[in-house]
Design a binder for this molecule. Structure first.
Ligand code: NAG
Ligand code: NAG
Length: 436
């Protein structure tokens, strides 16, 4: 399987044989490029059309059958159900998932001029320049390439609305519409966003979600020599397989361990599509508009050896990936069904967390969040219209049962109105990938 960036926008060829986000610690990290610490990263232009290959059968003989699945529209394919993934060392304090309450209506408005203003004043924000190195982890390999995309013209002219959408039917969304600078900020009217899942470690509360890991076969899930461990329920310390759902303790999950969060709704209703036989299978969190709030700390544990030593991460996957094979080559990952790395440390002991998108469009931002090594950090990831906003929050935020419209919109608008250091990563003309 080959994962290659075919678009003219980028010069890169990435060969990868296996889906393995957590490759061993022997990655070549020499090519990593970091620009500056930011407090928000926004992906704009999340729309288009394409297809990926859904797994239809995982044979005991190692055969993997798939069928093409077409999609189109805002946020696709990340509008599908997503699961949250965590790698130690991490202390997860709280998580909340929100979705617009029924009755909410998205009204799209363009705020390109504000963004242009932001640039025109030479705010301390660096758009990636041609010649900069771009780094991403793809199939467990840290890869870098030279950016060839000059970015949108500055300052922006009038917002270009529909032009932002790539042509339907094209999986490669790289168009060179350099003028599509508009940052769309949908304004919601209606009752706001409701919390659909919640975890709070200090009160040991888990509502609407379950903690899983990839340790199937020792109490829940399955293990076999062909596909390895399936998903399983995670023990309350996050490091073992449990026979049923347990609430994660208020504890640090050390290096070399991963766990995930799915909704508490099992796939037994048949509506998840194909999952590996015998795996623990739960629904993820779906919808084009949704928000994930996190509170976590990523302390150093200075693990000297082992896989992913002292390399914590928080990321999202299309939930089909772990329900089939997160770490074997039979999932929709390689055909672009979607992964969004939110806060990923790419080299052992490093203090910088990067974000990368692996989807129908792929790309990563060279700016980074400061790793919260000795205090917790609160952050929001808001899928809103055609933008994804990853934003550090003030410590005063609480993750209540309701997020009002003003709060969601202020997080979404911060890219163009606040002084917060923000990195804007436009997927329009920035990157595309093809799946040969
Ligand atoms: C947290 O760690 C950073 C970097 O290691 C250090 O500069 C800072 O003083 C520490 N803060 C506290 C409160 O210990
Ligand atoms: C977690 O629960 C405690 C009370 O037990 C509360 O003070 C805190 O604000 C909650 N955290 C979040 C992020 O809502």
């Amino acid at each position: 399987m080959k994962y290659s960036f075919a678009a003219a926008a980028l010069v890169a060829t990435v060969a990868a044989d296996k889906r393995d986000l957590c490759a061993d610690g022997s990655q070549d990290i020499g090519g990593n490029w970091y620009c500056q610490a930011v407090e928000a990263i926004t992906y704009t232009g999340m729309s288009g059309a394409g297809s990926y290959n859904k797994v239809t059968n995982m044979g005991a003989d190692g055969s993997c059958s798939t069928a093409p699945h077409a999609y189109s529209g805002s946020m696709c394919p990340l509008d599908e159900e997503l699961s949250m993934h965590f790698r130690g060392p991490i202390q997860l304090k709280s998580v909340a998932v929100y979705a617009p309450q029924s009755g909410s209506k998205a009204r799209r408005s363009a705020h390109a001029s504000k963004h242009a203003h932001h640039h025109a004043h030479g705010h301390n924000h660096k758009e990636r320049a041609v010649g900069d190195m771009v780094t991403a982890t793809i199939d467990g390999q840290v890869v870098s390439w030279v950016n060839q995309y000059a970015g949108p013209a500055t300052p922006a002219a009038a917002p270009v609305a529909a032009a932002a959408a790539p042509p339907a039917g094209s999986a490669s969304s790289a168009s060179s519409s350099a003028s599509s600078k508009a940052v769309y900020v949908p304004s919601y009217t209606g009752p706001g966003w409701a919390r659909t899942a919640y975890y709070n470690s200090s009160s040991h509360t888990a509502q609407g979600l379950v903690f899983l890991n990839n340790m199937g076969g020792a109490g829940s899930g399955v293990w076999d020599t062909t596909w390895g461990n399936s998903l399983s329920y995670a023990s309350s310390d996050g490091t073992q397989c449990a026979s049923q759902a347990e609430v994660l303790n208020d504890c640090e999950v050390p290096s070399g361990n991963e766990f995930s969060i799915f909704s508490d709704k099992p796939c037994s209703d048949g509506s998840c599509g194909y999952s590996r036989p015998g795996t623990v299978a739960h629904h993820g969190f779906g919808g084009a508009n949704k928000a994930f709030f996190f509170e976590f700390e990523m302390p150093h544990d200075y693990a000297a050896t082992g896989q992913n030593a002292d390399m914590p991460a928080v990321w999202l996957l299309n939930a089909q990936i772990p329900r089939t094979a997160q770490y074997a080559s039979c999932s929709c990952w390689s055909s672009g069904c979607g992964e969004l790395d939110l806060f990923e440390v790419l080299s052992p002991g490093d203090d910088r967390c990067k974000s990368t998108l692996h989807s129908n469009i792929a790309g990563g931002d060279s700016d980074y969040f400061q790793r919260p090594v000795n205090q917790t950090m609160k952050a929001a990831v808001v899928f809103n219209g055609e933008n994804i906003h990853i934003k550090k929050l003030d410590d005063s935020y609480t993750f209540g049962t309701h997020m009002d419209t003003a709060t969601i919109n202020s997080i979404s608008q911060s890219t163009s109105t606040q002084n917060q250091l923000t990195s804007l990563f436009s997927l329009i003309g920035a990157a595309g990938d093809s799946h040969a």
